[in-house]
Design a protein around this ligand. Sequence first.
Ligand SMILES: [Zn+2]
Length: 204
Amino acid sequence: MTTTPAIPSVLLTEPLALDLVNTRLYLTDSDTWMDVLDGREQRDAWLGALAPRLDIGAEDAAAVTDGDAEALKAVREHAAAAVEPARHGRKPPARALSGLNEAVRAAPATVHARWDGASVTAEPRRAGSLATRLAATFAEETVQLLATPDILDVRRCDAPACVMLFLPRNPRRRWCTPNICGNRARVARYYLRHKAPRASDSLS
Ligand SMILES: [Zn+2]
């Protein structure tokens, strides 16, 4: 029997570009790769939680098909390829940047004025299919992140084998998910430090 793992916060609370890149994650507990965009249930849960930041409704989040997910995977590939060198101050591949530009161009945002009962609100709106709009939103957020000095602060989780990227608000943050990776790393360090010099020593 398989269960749907809970969506870790590092896929929900980082800049959208990193939330997207992190959907292809390595489960250190089971030594397996997992793709949140591949499983209907977890994809719906992830997009549903992000819906307010993506300017889509909850019903849209649940309407994303496997075909739509391929468009998101394409943007994810370009985002991952661009973020990695850029966070080290290096030039991203031209193909990644043109892929992101293309996705934005396919559904550019325009401002829509709306009376909300008390004041006028300016809402970004994109035309096009749901997949095209979502791809454009993630691509644009990635371009914005790449273009700010924040990109140089993006770091990879310190836990062994963990591939998660995050933008630390606290410069001392080292792990993607403190109560998962942080503890694992602490336990690993403890174990190495206390590695038994005598066969009779034991952690248990
Ligand atoms: Zn981690």
